[in-house]
Design a protein around this ligand. Structure first.
Ligand code: HEC
Length: 185
C-alpha cells in the first residue's frame, strides 16, 4: 500500500526503504523522510512519528536538559526548544575538577552522528567526566541515541559559550555545584 514511497527511495539501502515504509503519511521530501523516519530497532526503544519527535521526548525524560539547558531546572522545564541544549554555565565540581554541561547544539553541528553514538557509549573513550551519566547513555538503544542527535541538531547552531572544564584544585570563577558527597558535622 505504500509502493509510491518505496519507489521514491529505491536504490537506497534496504534500511532506508523499510524506514520509509514505516514513516507517517505526511508528505515530505524523500531525503527528509529518510533522515527522520523511524528505522527498525532491536530491543527496547522509543516509538514516535519521527526520529526528531522521539529525540525530543528522550531528551526530556532522559533528563538531558537538566544539565545541558540553562534555566531548565529553575523553570521546571519551561524553556522553548530554540533555547535548549546551548550548555550550562553552572559548573559541577568534584574530585574530577569542575565540568560543565556542554553546548550540544555546537557538538551536533561539529560531530557526525556515528561519533555521537561512540562518545555516549564509551564515556568519550574513557575521558568523559562526571556527573554526565555515561553509564546510562551506554545502555540506550542505538536508535534512541541517534534520535537525540537528530533532534538536537535540528534545533540549529547556537553560539552560546560554556566555560572550559577545570582540573582538580583550580577555583572556578563563576557559579558551581559541589557534587562529591561531604559528611556533615
Ligand atoms: C547530571 C548532569 C548531566 C546530565 C543529566 C546529562 N549530562 Fe551530558 N554532560 C554533562 C557534563 C558535565 C558533560 C561534560 C563532561 C566532560 O567534560 O567530560 C557532559 C557531556 C556530554 C556529551 C559530550 C559532548 C562532547 O562531545 O564533548 C554529550 C554528547 C552529552 N553530554 C549528552 C547528554 C545526553 C544525550 C544526556 C541525556 C541522556 C545528557 N548528556 C545528560 C552533564 C550531564
Amino acid at each position: 500500500m505504500r509502493h509510491d514511497r518505496s519507489v521514491l527511495v529505491a536504490g537506497l539501502s534496504t534500511l532506508l526503504v523499510s524506514a520509509a515504509a514505516c514513516s507517517s503519511g505526511t508528505s515530505s521530501s524523500a531525503a527528509a523522510a529518510g533522515n527522520n523516519a523511524m528505522p527498525p530497532s532491536v530491543g527496547p526503544s522509543v516509538n514516535a512519528e519521527s526520529m526528531i519527535k522521539a529525540g525530543e521526548y528522550l531528551t526530556i525524560v532522559g533528563s538531558c536538559n537538566d544539565c545541558h539547558t540553562q534555566g531548565w531546572v529553575e523553570s521546571k522545564g519551561k524553556i522553548p526548544p530554540a533555547d535548549r541544549f546551548a550548555g550550562l554555565d553552572v559548573g559541577f565540581r568534584g574530585d574530577w575538577g569542575t565540568s560543565y554541561g556542554k553546548n550540544l547544539r555546537t557538538v551536533t553541528q561539529r560531530q557526525d552522528e556515528d561519533h555521537w553514538v561512540k562518545v555516549l557509549t564509551t564515556a568519550d573513550e574513557g575521558d568523559g567526566k562526571l556527573p554526565m551519566p555515561w553509564w546510562n547513555t551506554a545502555m540506550m538503544n542505538e536508535r534512541d541515541l541517534r534520535a537525540m542527535y537528530r533532534y538536537i541538531k535540528s534545533l540549529g547552531p547556537n553560539p552560546k559559550g560554556v566555560p572550559r572544564a577545570l582540573p582538580p584544585g583550580k577555583e572556578p570563577t563563576g557559579k558551581y555545584i559541589w557534587v562529591t558527597p561531604k559528611t556533615g558535622s
